[in-house]
Unconditional design. Sequence first.
Length: 356
Amino acid sequence: MRILILNRRDIVNPAGGGAEIYTHEIAKGLVAEHGCEVTVFASAFPACRPDEVIDGVLYRRRGSEATVHLHGFFYALRNRKKFDRIIDEFNGIGFFTFLLPNSALLIYQLYREFWFRELGVFGAIPYFIEPLLLRRYRKKTAITISDSTREDLKRLGFRDIRVVMVAIDQPSRRDSSPPERERAVMFLGRLRSTKRPDYAVEIFMRAKERIPDLQLWLVGRGPFEEKLRNMAKGVTGVTFWGWVDDDMKMSLLRKASVLLVPSVREGFGINVIEAAAAGTPVIGFDVPGIRDSVRNGETGYLVGSRDEAAEKVVELISDRQGHAVMSAKCIEYSWEFRWENRVAEFWKNIGGQENS
């Protein structure tokens, strides 16, 4: 089977994130496990190659992030007969392939509240345009990564919706010794408004009133960093780690006692599953995506306010036995998220057959 995936960015784009990891892992799995020919069409970025093969997947890069959707649409239109399936990734805007008979939609989440947090009052324009554009795809098969987004799509009139969740690179099960936990809460992600890292600082400060030696580790970079540094001035125990590689990220997750996820919404919350693999409970806000990835009371807690989050931080760190029980449940839960499972599900949901 020949498959074209249209995405705004790709796996080596410096601005790439969870969507690009998902796309690449699915694409390379389709190549390796099902013998597919997969092309990913994405935007160009400084010093990139216009065409490149990575893990058996052909990447074609044309246009900028502002123009890639038009470039991608015309590429799909010209080559529509060369591909058995065209996967149109919708990240606030899609590639307009809803008129092509062999296309399907891939969407991680609706942006909704994101528009206002990123653009202020001007966010009202894309807030209303996004669902209008999405409705053009409602007769297509839609693949998404969470039940929350499935419900959003149902409200827009979609009928054929398939859920294929995220996965992570699994650590070895041989390391059975529990890590030495530090009295630290961790934030992992882009330091931007939609992730609400400022909430993480506030939650930490409220919990620190009852746990004086509590630490906060902020892992990531972004436009909110200066604001966060100002908030943390004069407060002991705050560390800005900046960007870290995967090994360092998992090392920090294994040492932290809690991961804070105060996002406005998420597609699913891949950092929740990474924390689970490290045996680290999550305290996240009860919002779309996070309510799908956190098993409330088992692998962490869903909260509705910063005060409630601070209470749960104190509760988890003060109860070592309860923390150990939840940590074990986290690790067991994380083993449900294997890429080979997701590739098989994706293959089935795009109509793949083993003899294709």
